[in-house]
Design a protein around this ligand. Structure first.
Ligand code: HEM
Length: 395
């Protein structure tokens, strides 16, 4: 690190949109591993190059458990879900992962494709009958993943507004106070405890029943782990997917020629989804990792016990890996992006997410070739991820 520089506060100031972040480009070039100060007051190393980010995500010497349990560096002072899959290291992590991986396999996701396409078509038909302009988030990008995750878990349709309020609080870096985060987690835990009790009484052929069976049949899952699983599945399965879908739709509509390209060539949608995921600067920060021994990254010495932020958004624009990384090229061949993470915690729902994004965008360009933005989106602020709260559209 350049010693003349002061330690910078991280996250950097909010910016609207999902386009490249010039600060990250500069850091990759000059200070690829730089000391920053988190909202908690704790220091951390911000890691911005692709090779280093991949290493931090894949090397078991970087621990999630130490970033979530006991004393240690934190993003803010609330420790949420210390018994979740995302907070576990092996062997706990491997045990938890085995419980959900089969239900989220590529084969299972493909089996859901037809139903997801049908649902996308129905939601868009409803939007078409409603007033114009419309908000694509309220009409389409929220209800689609909400319905998919509720069906997968076998829960009743959870109130989307309530879930959004909980998700927003749990993703907050600076948006709400620590007390509000804790209150949201307590409310959600309460709600899920009641949901689990109802499901225990009436099990079905669904993911929640399978998790409850694993809990009740032996010692494969504790009650706390069961609740944390539901929170992570709802947050990832619904919240992240809804945010990402809204962001991708915004990027297409922001430049009409992008949207028109997919209308003309709908067979390009799967490749376009990968490129949009790579391009979108959708993560402001990342789940912290803590070094369990001294390590050197890009020439910088990291000491045991120090925290790191592996910034996948930045890695996805690393010029050492991608040609013209700041160009959104919808025909780019299979960009190797890190939008679903890497290593042990690689998104277990990635295939289901891909099916949803592909079917949603295919339905959109198929049904609404004349869709256009009806004004700028309103953006979420102060959260670990960056996403539009609204995407106004007309047709
Ligand atoms: C576009 C949508 C999605 C994106 C961009 C996304 C992204 C991610 C990322 C980056 C991670 C790794 C986090 C880390 O290493 O700290 C992750 C983990 C996870 N995601 Fe997703 N996700 C999405 C959709 C989903 C869906 C649909 C589900 C489930 C239905 C899901 C469930 C999970 C779970 C359970 C984990 C934890 C995996 C582990 O710790 O082993 N995600 N996701």
């Amino acid at each position: 690190m350049n010693q003349a520089q002061e330690i910078r506060a991280f996250p950097f100031p909010h910016r609207d949109g999902l386009d490249p972040v010039p600060e990250f480009t500069e850091l990759r070039r000059t200070d690829p591993v730089i000391r920053v100060r988190l909202p908690s007051g704790d220091p951390a190393w911000l890691v911005t190059r692709h090779a280093d980010v991949r290493r931090v995500l894949a090397d078991p010497c970087f621990s999630r458990a130490r970033a979530t349990r006991g004393e240690g560096p934190r993003i803010n002072r609330t420790t949420t879900l210390p018994d979740s899959i995302l907070a576990a290291d092996p062997p706990d992590h491997s045990r938890l992962r085995r419980l959900v991986a089969p239900a989220l396999s590529g084969r299972r996701a493909e089996a859901m494709r037809g139903g997801i396409a049908l649902l996308a078509g129905q939601l868009l038909a409803d939007m078409n009958r409603g007033p114009r302009p419309a908000d694509l988030v309220a009409s389409f990008t929220r209800p689609l993943p909400l319905t998919v995750i509720c069906d997968l878990l076998g829960t009743p349709r959870i109130d989307g507004d309530q879930l959004d309020a909980w998700n927003d609080a749990m993703r907050s870096v600076t948006a709400v106070s620590d007390a509000e985060v804790l209150a949201a987690v307590a409310d959600m835990t309460d709600y899920l405890t009641r949901l689990i009790a109802a499901k225990r009484a009436h099990p079905g052929d669904d993911m929640l029943s399978a998790l409850i069976a694993a809990r009740d049949a032996g010692d494969r899952l504790s009650e706390g782990e069961l609740i944390s699983f539901c929170v992570v599945l709802l947050a990832g399965g619904y919240g992240t997917t809804a945010d990402r879908l809204a962001g991708l739709a915004h990027l297409l509509l922001d430049r009409p020629e992008r949207y028109q390209l997919l209308c003309r060539e709908p067979e390009s949608v799967p490749a376009a989804v990968e490129e949009l995921l790579r391009y979108a600067q959708a993560t402001v920060g990342a789940n912290l990792r803590v070094a369990t021994r001294d390590v050197v990254l890009s020439g910088v010495e990291i000491k045991e016990g120090e925290a790191l932020i592996p910034l996948t958004s930045s890695a996805n624009h690393d010029e050492d890996v991608h040609d013209a990384p700041d160009l959104l090229d919808l025909t780019r061949a299979a960009p190797a992006h890190l939008a679903f993470g890497y290593g042990a915690h690689f998104c277990v729902g990635a295939q289901l997410a891909r099916v949803q994004l592909q079917e949603a965008l295919a339905a959109l360009v198929g049904r609404f070739p004349g869709l256009r933005a009806a004004g700028p989106p309103d953006w979420k602020r102060g959260q670990i991820t960056r996403a539009p709260r609204t995407v106004p559209v007309r047709w």
